[in-house]
Design a protein around this ligand. Sequence first.
Ligand SMILES: [Zn+2]
Length: 275
Amino acid sequence: MLLQKNKLLNIIITSILVWFTYAFLELRFNQRINAINDLELIIGRSANLTASWIGTQEVEKDIPILILAGHADSQGLAGAGTSGEAVDKYGENPMNPEISDELFWNLKLQESIVKVGKKRGLNIRSYDPGIRNIDDPNDPRTNWSVGKKFAENGGYAIEIHFDSYGKYGVGSGLIPPVFEVPNKIDESIARKFGRFPVLFRGGLGAPKRQIRILEIGKLEGSLEKNLRNIKTRQKTIKLLSNEIIQAFFNGMNNLSFSSNLMHYEEDTFVPEIYL
Ligand SMILES: [Zn+2]
C-alpha cells in the first residue's frame, strides 16, 4: 500500500515537472518568435548599394498585380536560383530535390502573398509556368513573357527572389523597372526592403521587361532557419506576405513618405535607346 502511494506521488511529481518544463519551453519559444517580429531581424540586412531613385508615379487603387516566383521556369539551367546556405554550406537536404531551395521558398511565398492580398481586396494573382525548364526566355510561357505582357497592359508585375548567402548575395531590396519611372508602390516596397540601383548588373532580364524584382533577403542564417523550422515556417511566410501586402497598400494610398533623399539623374529610368 505504502509502495503504491509512493508510486502515485512519483507520478504526480513527474507530471508537474513535465508540465512546468513544457510551459517554460513554450514561453521561451514565444519570446523568441516575438523577438524576431521585426522585419530587419528576420530578413537580414538590405542591399548596401548606391541607389537613389525615388518612386513618384501615382498608382490606381485597383491596379492589377501579378506575383511571379523567381526561377520557376529555369531549373536545371544556370539560373536555377540559390540552393541556400543550409544545403550548400552545411550539407543539409534540399527542401525538394527537384528544384532549388530558392524556388521552393519563392513558390511558398508567392502563394501566401496572393492569398493575403486577395483577402484584403487587392486585384492580385499569380502565374506559375508549371514547366520547370524552358530554355528560351522569350518563350510565351515563361515568367518574363507573361510578366512583360501584364506590365504592357498597365499591370504591376513583380518577381520574388531570395538572394544567395554570404559573399555571393547582396541582401534585400527592390530592383525597379528599367524603362519606366518607378511608381509609389516601388517606393513603398523599397522603404521596407531596401533598394537596388536601376541598372543592377547592367539591367537584368526581368526589369528590362518592366517586371520588378524583389529580393526578400539572403537565404542564410536566421531567415533560412525560420523558414526550415516547421514550427516557425508558417509564421515567417505569413509575416513576409503581410509586410509585402502592406507595402502595396501604403503605395496605393499615397502615404506621404518623408522625402529628404536627393534625386540623382544617373539613377533614374533610362530610355531604351541607351541599352
Ligand atoms: Zn533568385
